[in-house]
Write a protein that binds this ligand. Structure first.
Ligand SMILES: Cc1ncc(COP(=O)(O)O)c(C=O)c1O
Length: 379
């Protein structure tokens, strides 16, 4: 038996998504920039996909641009806001994804921005009073970049509160929504968000395809130059199959959101119960029983010779989970998020289980049996 519990790193492709993509790969080979019939057929697929994504957010079609994924979209928002919208200061948190943290750190080093980190509490929740103090502290044009759902501990940001605060203080708001898209509805007609990012492979779509929402009030220039694709916002021939797959995956996520959520919540709650019942000294990380992303559960256990190689031991036992975030080198690194939350302590080992609607309670039973050979049992 092989159990996949690393859905925050990436998700398996939905069967219908694969079918949609295969049709495009096989039959729709035109270049959407060509004006002949084959080109127009490809263009129609891209524009239909754009409509479908805009429909998910209740945004206008002209505010959605396809990209290569979350990393590109986040870079595009942050760098565009600085270059084209007069942003001189960024407020973010120490537990953002590296594609935000590393980007803003580089910009600070180059003296392009002033960088401020908002305080978080012991669960990793944003300190809104501090955020407000930071917003009040400077008259410089500010971009607040805070993620909706944390990929490592699953904390959820209070979006209405954050967006209202940014609006009140005339700051732009960029939200990395890569982990939450497809799992919660998001109405951009109600919420005031300037930029948000999405990545298909986190909601059962293909890797290497994503999008950015740019509120039409924010006229930024492209990150990549060299072509007029994506209405001059992103040069390069479009990934038709990827874009069609993204739209299909998002449609399926929207259509099945309630049933998928119920399934995942029940598996997650069962895992929490079983862990609590069977093992000593388990800590659940983040706001796991407060405002949480239901696809993620992060736990820590005391470090010892058995738990030191926890993720590897689970892998050998047939379970894919993650210690830090999936790292581009393929090497499991200590997570900066857990590092911040545990104040750099090395006394604990952390593992993140992340779920999809394909996971079952039988799989959790299998996991618990394997963990019984690794973790200290309750008396
Ligand atoms: C919160 C978050 N933001 C951004 C990314 C990057 O997305 P992509 O893999 O599409 O570049 C990830 C992926 O791990 C993520 O979890």
């Amino acid at each position: 038996m092989r159990v996949y519990l690393d859905n925050a790193a990436t998700t398996p492709l939905d069967k219908e998504v694969l079918e949609t993509m295969m049709i495009q790969l096989r039959d729709n080979y035109g270049n959407p920039s060509s004006i002949h019939a084959d080109g127009r057929r490809a263009r129609a697929v891209v524009e239909q996909a754009r409509k479908s994504v805009a429909n998910y957010f209740n945004s206008s079609v002209g505010e959605i641009f396809f990209t290569s994924g979350g990393t590109e979209s986040n870079n595009m928002a942050i760098k565009g806001a600085i270059r084209d919208l007069g942003v001189k200061r960024i407020i973010t948190s120490p537990i953002e994804h590296h594609c935000v943290i590393h980007t803003v750190e580089v910009l600070e080093k180059r003296n392009e921005i002033q960088l401020d980190y908002v305080k978080i509490d012991e669960r990793g929740r944003i300190d809104f009073e501090h955020l407000e103090d930071l917003l009040k502290a400077s008259a410089e044009k500010t971009l607040v970049s805070l993620m909706h759902a944390n990929n490592e501990v699953g904390n959820l940001l209070d979006l209405p509160r954050t967006s209202a605060l940014c609006k009140e203080h005339n700051a732009l708001f960029h939200c990395d929504t890569v982990q939450s898209i497809g799992k919660f509805p998001l109405d951009l007609d109600v919420l005031s968000i300037d930029f948000l990012s999405g990545s298909a492979h986190k909601f059962h779509g293909p890797k290497g395809t994503g999008f950015i929402y740019i509120n039409s009030d924010n006229a930024i220039k492209p990150l990549l130059d060299g072509g007029a694709q994506e209405r001059n916002m992103r040069a390069g021939t479009e990934n038709i199959a990827g874009i069609a797959g993204l739209a299909k995956a998002l449609e399926l996520a929207k259509e099945n959101m309630t049933e998928r959520r119920e399934q995942i919540e029940s598996v997650r709650a069962y895992l929490i119960d079983e862990l609590t019942k069977n093992f000593k000294d388990i800590t659940f990380n983040g706001d796991y029983d407060g405002e949480y992303l239901y696809t993620v559960l992060s736990i820590s256990v005391p470090a010892n010779s058995k738990t030191d190689l926890l993720v590897l031991s689970l892998d050998i036992s047939g379970i894919s989970a993650s210690g830090g975030s999936a790292c581009s080198s393929g090497v499991e690194k200590g997570s900066h998020v857990i590092g911040v939350l545990q104040n750099g302590s090395e006394d604990l080992k952390t593992v993140r289980f992340s779920f999809s609607h394909h996971n079952t309670k039988e799989e959790i039973d299998f996991l618990i049996e394997k963990l019984k050979g690794i973790l200290p049992l309750k008396g």
